[in-house]
Design a protein around this ligand. Structure first.
Ligand code: UDP
Length: 240
């Protein structure tokens, strides 16, 4: 299957897929078992990639790039190269979990503060009977080596890498050659949500494309990071 053309949004190439198609691609990549990785950039990460060449290379190295935020969807629309739909990384991950559960596949959870990944595993095990939890590790380690060894010993089909962006993208690119895993997803703060420590916006807010506003109201300290959103829209408008 040849890879369809990507949609360029300020230098980041996005796969133009709907959720079902993205899950299909993710599943196929997992089965190939070549430690390919999925990235889920939002406008903030697109802007980071413009300033940080290592982040840009890491994002470009992904086998699948899905638009996590409504901002990327607006950007692509303004550039007159619309993307099919917003695909939140956490929803994409849950869809893969559903399929994996049916086949008893193995997942390893990497990232977040000590204890969070274990708590997430417990809650996910109840939500997805059949899914096998191969291991966990927090995201505050110094050396990659022992963590890579631990992951390889656990032999997961899926490795969730939740170190925040762009750290997780750089980590996946750097370590992919020595990882014996099916697929990786750079999934940001998903473990905090799975563990029940962070609440997602209610569905109505998500449908209206206002998840970012809900998150800002809950965590006002994110305002600095979110200031990249107007910058992103200005860049898109000038590019147009
Ligand atoms: N994190 C981590 N190691 C680090 C820095 C961050 O494991 O060195 C975790 C952090 O505890 C949090 C996640 O990465 O669980 C980042 O969450 P955030 O909501 O900032 O993610 P993003 O906005 O990048 O999706």
């Amino acid at each position: 299957m040849s890879a369809p053309e990507k949609i360029d949004v300020l230098g980041v190439g996005f796969d133009n897929l709907d959720m079902d198609e993205a899950v299909e691609r993710g599943w196929a990549l997992m089965k190939k078992h070549r430690a390919a990785y999925v990235v889920t950039p939002n406008p903030e990460i697109v802007m980071v990639c413009r300033e940080d060449p290592e982040a840009a290379r890491a994002v470009a190295g992904a086998a699948l790039t899905i638009p996590d935020g409504i901002g990327v969807i607006y950007g692509a629309k303004l550039l007159r190269t619309p993307l099919k739909e917003k695909i939140p990384g956490i929803d994409f991950t849950c869809r893969l979990f559903e399929r994996m559960a049916g086949e008893g596949k193995r997942v390893f959870l990497l990232g977040s503060k000590p204890g969070v990944a274990e708590q997430a595993a417990q809650r996910l095990a109840a939500a997805y009977p059949g899914l096998v939890f191969a291991g966990t590790n927090d995201g505050y380690f110094q050396d990659d080596g022992p963590v890579v060894e631990k992951i390889n010993a656990a032999a997961p089909d899926l490795l969730l890498v939740c170190l925040g962006a762009p750290k997780q993208e750089k980590w996946m690119r750097r370590n992919a050659p020595r990882l014996d895993v099916g697929l990786m997803i750079g999934a940001g703060g998903s473990l905090d949500v799975f563990a029940g420590n962070v609440e997602r916006a209610p569905e109505r807010w998500q449908k209206l494309g206002l998840e970012w506003l809900y998150r800002l109201a809950k965590e006002p300290k994110r305002i600095g990071r979110m200031m990249k959103l107007p910058q992103f829209l200005l860049c898109v408008m000038f590019r147009k």
